[in-house]
Structures are given as C-alpha cells and as structure tokens.
Design a protein around this ligand. Structure first.
Ligand code: PCA
Length: 337
C-alpha cells in the first residue's frame, strides 16, 4: 500500500514532520515538502520516461522543492494495466500509461491506434486536438485529469522472415500491446499475444512471439536485432502515452504548486512531441546500424494492411457511436484546413 503523500522532514524540523504525519496518509504536509510517487510503464531509456524525469525536475525547481515527483519506471510500482486505477483510487496521485489501453472502457480512448487514420505527426496533433475534449470528460468521471500526452514514433513492422504481403503474416506469433493491435493481428491471420515492453526480449527469446508492430524507439531499446532481421516502415499509427493526475490530489495542492505542475506539463508536452519526432529517424538508423534490414513496404503489403485498417475503422465507428463520429468529423476538418 502506498501513500499518496509522503511527508518529508523539512529543514530538519521534527515537529513539522510529526504534524504532517498526524494529518493522515492523504493530507498534504502543511508547510513541508511532499513527495508524489509516479508509476510509469516503460524503461528508463525510453524517451517518454526521460521526458517525465525532466518534468519532475521542472516541478521540483519551480516549487523550490515543495513538491518532489519520484518516478517509478518500467511497471516497478504498479504493472501497466493497473496504473490508471491506482491513480483513480489515489494509491498514487499521478501516473503515466498508454492511452489506448482504455479503449475497453470507451472507444474514444483508442482512436489513435486505428490503423492508417493518423500516420504523421501533423495528423496525430489534429487527432489529439479532436480527441482531447472527449477523453478529458470521460477521465473526469473517474476523478482524473490529463496533464499532457506525447506520441510514440509511427509504428513499424518487425519480422524474422521477409514480408511481401499480408499473407506472409499468417500463423505468425505476434506481440500485441492493446486491443486494436490484437484485432489487427487477428485480421492479418497472425496469432497475437499481449506482452509489455519490459518483457519483449524474453518473449522473443522463448519463442512466445516472432513478430511485432511498434516504434523504432521500442524496437531499438529492446535490441530487436537480437530476434528479428526485418523492419518495415509501414507508419501504421501514432499512438500516445498520457500523464494523468488525480483531481482530488491536485486540488489539495497550493495554488502555486498547481500552477507549477500545469506549466511543467505544458513544457513536457512540447518537448515530448519534439523528442518523438527526432527519435523516428535516429532509432530507425540504430536498427540499421545493428544489422537489421530496413525496408519500405511493398505496395501489395500496404494495400493488404490498409484493407484491414478500413475494416477496423468501420468496427470502431460502430462501437464509438455518435461521440466517435464527432471526433472523426472534428479531426477531418482539422486536417483539411
Ligand atoms: N512502444 C510501446 C507502445 C507503442 C510503442 O511504440 C509498446 O511497444 O508497447
């Protein structure tokens, strides 16, 4: 069990610390510094995690140390699928997760993982602008507030054997990370299995999976060249991580601390999008430098994958109903401007 706020001894003043503790696990220390535990799903070398560490430093600096955010990366404090509920129930005040994991709660959360809907950063930005108001309301129902969201680089295909068309994916054991990717793999005739990022090397090493779709970042950080030879730059979608805060935890902070968090979040969002774009070419090069064959996909492969994407968007619309239609319309108006 973790306390949302850990009172700290400020300036060696024991009386203050005692007073803070008497306030109970969830009461903010009246004058001393406090620490927020922040669970995140991805390893330290991930640019998202590095961005969060900078965010934490910015908050500490802007509040003169009044609020310290302690980052617990790679699912070390809570497993990835538990992070959202841990923030919701105030076991921790803040956390990061893969936004489209919540698609089972509402299809609006998963639109950024729909194949070939938004495949560039510009489109991803328009999609986020259209999606944000809807998911902000949905999260508010759970006492959660989004602080910022940052995309992964466009998702590519990693395989052991060359892939000329979708048929070549038949029966292949495929690593999945959310419901949309699972559906995508199924429709391609592959056999999907859910595997979190820290477990990727082990899953390949033991033969549980033979192929995956993920960013050049996750491929490079997982040393994909140890397991697969081919990378296809299919730019399938640009999914996001989101950082959320518990609304009650946030409301309990001094206004100046709240402002510091919001400012740092805005900076982290801008910095994160920039880092993501820089990663795309850099990490693709790392794959090549380590001996992987980096390919542009064949027309036949892209056509087959896009047919799967069309089917999935139709299914998504059914599930998302009028709210989904609204997001799509807003998105389309933004990219046609
Ligand atoms: N990396 C994460 C999510 C998307 C990505 O590029 C993963 O593979 O799980």
């Amino acid at each position: 069990m973790f306390e949302a706020f850990k009172p700290k001894i400020a300036g060696g003043c024991a009386a203050l610390a005692v007073a803070a503790m008497a306030g109970g696990a969830f009461a903010p220390a009246p004058a001393g510094a406090q620490t927020w535990d922040m669970p995140t799903p991805y390893p330290d070398a991930t640019f998202h995690t590095q961005n969060i560490m900078e965010f934490a430093e910015d908050v500490k600096a802007a509040t003169d140390g009044a609020l310290e955010i302690e980052v617990h990366s790679a699912g070390s404090l809570f497993k990835h699928p538990e992070i959202k509920n841990a923030v919701r129930s105030r076991q921790v005040p803040i956390g990061e997760f893969f936004l489209s994991l919540l698609t089972n709660e509402n299809a609006a959360f998963g639109i950024d993982s729909q194949p070939f809907l938004a495949t560039t950063y510009e489109q991803a930005e328009a999609l986020w602008a259209a999606q944000k108001p809807v998911i902000t309301e949905l999260l508010a129902e759970q006492d959660l507030m989004p602080l910022y969201a940052v995309p992964w680089p466009p998702q590519g295909l990693y395989t052991q054997e060359p892939v000329e068309s979708v048929e070549d994916l038949k029966g292949v054991k495929f690593r999945s990370y959310n419901a949309a990717l699972e559906r995508f793999a199924q429709l391609a005739g592959a056999a999907p299995t859910q595997v979190e990022v820290p477990d990727i090397p082990q899953a390949f090493a033991t033969g549980r999976v033979e192929a995956m779709i993920t960013s050049p970042s996750t491929g490079a950080n997982s040393k994909a060249w140890d397991f697969v030879d081919h990378y296809y730059d299919i730019k399938a979608w640009v999914p996001k991580n989101i950082v959320v805060v518990n609304k009650r935890s946030f409301a309990a902070l001094d206004e100046s601390v709240q402002t510091a968090i919001l400012n740092a979040a805005q900076q982290a969002q801008g910095r994160g999008w920039q880092m993501s774009q820089e990663e795309t070419a850099e990490k693709t090069q790392v794959l090549a430098d380590n001996g992987m064959e980096v390919h542009q996909p064949s027309d036949a492969l892209m056509q087959g994958l896009k047919e799967i994407g069309d089917k999935m968007i139709a299914e998504w619309k059914q599930e998302a109903g009028p709210a989904g239609e609204e997001i799509l319309e807003d998105y389309r108006s933004r990219i046609s401007d």
